[in-house]
Design a protein around this ligand. Structure first.
Ligand code: FAD
Length: 391
């Protein structure tokens, strides 16, 4: 049965040797742009070198289905985890550029009109068009049902009005998938960057600088086929996107944690206090050991959950959630311990460890804040146990 199952998935997803190749390509790319990492991770505009090198690496093909210029028949969560792990080891900016190509185009790939898919998705796969997904608003973060942006149909056009905030790639994306209220429904609308009435701004600058910004929709008109999927499909499309990409945040967290641990090991094994390396001092060694456990258990759950998401991303969303929260919280612990064992060297502004420390923080907030995810996990757990409380 196992063999048959595997045979069924060949071609749909990356094989084991292909995953090894993908990892090597991603590591090679990260190595080639490493010298730009500090500047890019402080930038509020896309780093041109990273965009160009990502394009050359062909890695963005992984986040688009083969029918529209991508690599595999179905977008492969495990291939994305492996890639984000390698990219975020070196640069959060590089990782975000890669991840957003998938997050910002998945709904379009699933349910967009053929005209839009044929026009835009091959460009996404080649890094010629940056993608974005706009859900969040000033008054609606975790509680997306509180969004106020509206879309109404006017003849053969859709008209959008409203405001979005904290949108990755705002101002530099070629198009946006926008969640909007359509009467009592929620729909996902494709909005090209040049649409009249759309204005974007960059910022605010956050502690881990990121390409974020706000968007204003003032009677933005788009053709009717810009509604992605049916009227009212907005939330299921957003959820389908999460189901495939949430686990990839775990991959990014593993890469960052590994990077912080490597930095801590380098430092503590070469700095001597009390006549021996710091790494030989019990309390420091204990922290290093705990960090290693955090990194390896996070990697294991990230890969396991991604494998399960390959088979059934919606049915296994709880596993992706476990991996996302587990690995991002672990990355927070690891990078904090790394700073601690590096003493004053860990505090220096502009150092690698300081950048990692700041970059770890948003992982626990975006794509489902830890508390929100824990809450839904507890509900799922009770439901799976079949207890009376869930009935
Ligand atoms: C770097 C970055 C990039 C982003 N990119 C995008 C993007 O591209 N597109 C987009 O649409 N959005 C984006 N966001 C926004 C992100 O999705 C929101 O920040 C996130 O949904 C949380 O919303 P909030 O920040 O408003 O926090 P709030 O919803 O105000 O939550 C605040 C705190 O309360 C907790 N909380 C809230 N509700 C509950 C609950 N029911 N149960 C338990 N705890 C709860 C949260 O976990 C959190 O700790 C980005 C954010 C960041 C930091």
């Amino acid at each position: 049965v196992g063999k048959q199952k595997w045979a069924d998935t060949v071609g749909k997803f990356a094989s084991k040797s292909e995953l090894d190749d993908i990892r090597l390509v991603a590591k090679d790319l990260a190595g080639r742009v490493e010298s730009a990492a500090f500047e890019a991770d402080h930038s509020l505009t896309p780093n041109a070198l990273m965009v160009a090198e990502l394009g050359k690496s062909q890695l963005a093909e992984l986040v688009v289905p083969a029918a529209f210029g991508g690599r595999y028949e179905k977008v492969d969560p495990l291939a994305i985890v492996v890639t984000r792990e390698a990219l975020n080891y070196t640069s959060a900016h590089l990782d975000a550029l890669f991840a957003m190509q998938g997050i910002g185009s998945f709904a379009l790939a699933q349910a967009g009109s053929d005209r839009l898919r044929q026009e835009w998705l091959p460009k996404v796969a080649r890094m010629e068009a940056l993608a974005a997904m706009a859900l969040t608003e000033p008054e609606a973060g975790s509680d997306l049902k509180a969004i106020a942006t509206t879309v109404t149909q006017d003849g053969d056009e859709l008209v959008l009005n409203g405001y979005k905030s904290f949108i990755t790639n705002s101002g530099c994306a070629a198009f946006y998938e926008v969640l909007a209220r359509e009467g009592d429904d929620f729909s996902m609308i494709f909005v090209p960057a040049g649409a009249a009435g759309l204005t974007t701004s960059v910022g605010p600058q956050i502690m881990a600088p990121h390409l974020i910004g706000d968007m204003t929709f003032d009677n933005v008109r788009v053709p009717l086929d810009c509604r992605i999927g049916a009227r009212g499909a907005g939330f299921s499309l957003a959820l389908a996107t999460l189901a495939v990409f949430r686990v990839s945040v775990a991959g990014a967290a593993v890469g960052l944690a590994q990077s912080a641990l490597d930095e801590a090991v380098r430092h503590t094994s070469t700095r001597f206090q009390f006549g021996k390396p710091l790494s030989d001092i019990g309390a420091v060694a204990n922290l290093l050991g705990k960090c290693w456990i955090d990194v390896e258990t996070s990697r294991a759950i990230a890969y396991r959950a991604a494998e399960m998401a390959r088979e059934d991303s919606m049915g296994n969303l709880h596993m992706s959630s476990i991996a996302k929260v587990g690995a991002s919280e672990a990355a927070g612990r690891v990078v904090d311990a790394a700073v601690q064992v590096m003493g004053r060297s860990g505090l220096i502004t502009g150092s690698n460890i300081e950048r990692l420390y700041r970059n770890a923080r948003p992982l626990r907030i975006y794509e489902g804040g830890s508390e929100v995810v824990l809450d839904s996990l507890a509900r799922k757990l009770v439901k799976m146990s079949g207890s009376a409380a869930a009935k």
